[in-house]
Design a protein around this ligand. Structure first.
Ligand code: F6P
Length: 343
């Protein structure tokens, strides 16, 4: 079989571990592994697939990024991209494994519905793919957030400052909430549980009154500016602000400026940005990316197309792509309340 593999959307640490797992199983069973360059772009135009050899996947388990390259590529603008991908799969491949988040898996689902032999693998640093407890890259991202907070704590304490830390998280607050919980944040502001500016100031004032001379506020980039007294320049949907790169909205900087305007606090802002996506994956991401990658290969080998391996608790289950293609996994109230117990 000619088994294609692609990575689409934003990169995430752990992608190479999944590619390696898929490749290793392919070579073991005598199949041909075809690496597709730059996600869907590699199938929508001239076919950008090339046969891979064992040396291509040797030593990459701990490497960040993706050896295949990736891209944010809109198959619907201009229209016709999906059909070109479909025909490219039919002409060049016997099966395709698509590693990506909700956008990628919506395309995988669309293709599988039209008879393409596609299997997905869950990846999103934001951790908001519905129907799975695990997405490639999230564990590394929150480890970076936690380490950053550890570092910011010492300087915040020395200067008695308020530190505002902006994390990734387009429409949901998983990275901010779990990174903040692990790093001892004093307030976590996420789209799921909005605060008004007045509530944030009151919290800072109360903390100081009880003797906490500094505070670390973690805020997800996708928080609605209007709840903080600002103005949204793009349309805000459940998946974030459409048509606007979230980082350019400067939510963290805006929150800091509002605290500054109130007076009485010295504030600094740190935007963690792509540091959360770069570099080597944690052992947890390497292991689980390997497991979901290997499970996707098993699905292909068994002819179980139109599926995606997901993680429930500590088990991998193979579910229809339809289960992950629509909706968004949001931070549940009980988990946020646990975070808030430490504010
Ligand atoms: O979707 C994952 C994500 O990491 C978001 O949290 C973030 O808004 C976005 O990617 C950044 O994407 P880009 O690398 O294209 O700027």
């Amino acid at each position: 079989m000619r088994i294609g593999v692609l990575t689409a959307g934003g990169d995430a640490p752990g992608l190479n571990a999944a590619i390696r797992a898929i490749g290793q199983m392919c070579f073991r069973d005598g199949h041909q592994l075809v690496g597709i360059a730059n996600g869907w772009a590699g199938l929508a135009g001239d076919f950008a697939g090339r046969p891979m050899v064992p040396a291509d996947i040797a030593g990459i388990v701990g490497q960040g990024g993706t050896v295949l390259g990736t891209a944010r590529f809109d198959l619907d603008n201009p229209p016709g991209g999906r059909d070109r991908v479909l025909s490219s799969i039919e002409r060049h491949l016997d099966a395709l494994i698509a590693i990506g988040g909700d956008g990628t898996q919506r395309i995988s689902h669309w293709l599988a519905d039209r008879g393409a032999a596609v299997v997905g693998v869950p990846k999103t640093l934001d951790n908001d793919l519905i129907g799975t407890d695990y997405c490639i890259g999230f564990d590394t991202a929150i480890s970076i957030v936690a380490e950053s907070l550890d570092r910011l704590h010492t300087t915040a304490a020395s200067h008695h400052r308020v530190m505002v830390v902006e994390t990734m998280g387009r429409g949901t607050g998983w990275v901010a909430a779990m990174g903040g919980l692990a790093g001892g944040a004093d307030l976590i502001v996420i789209p799921e549980f909005p605060y008004t500016m007045q509530e944030i100031i009151e919290h800072l004032v109360n903390r100081r009154a009880r003797g906490d001379a500094f505070s670390i506020i973690v805020i997800a980039e996708g928080v609605n500016l209007e709840t903080l007294g600002g103005h949204e320049s793009g349309e805000l949907s459940s998946e974030g602000v459409r048509g606007v790169r979230l980082a350019t909205r400067g939510v963290g900087q805006f929150l800091a400026s509002q605290i500054n305007a109130h007076g009485g606090f010295e504030v600094r802002t740190t935007v963690l940005g792509h540091l959360q996506r770069g570099g080597s994956p944690t052992a947890f991401d390497r292991i689980w990316a390997t497991r979901v990658g290997a499970a996707a290969y098993d699905a292909v080998a068994a002819g179980q197309f139109g599926t995606i391996p997901v993680v429930h608790g500590s088990r991998i289950e193979l579910v229809p792509l339809a289960d992950v293609a629509h909706g968004q996994r949001r931070v549940p109230r009980e988990l946020y309340e646990l975070c808030a117990a430490f504010f």
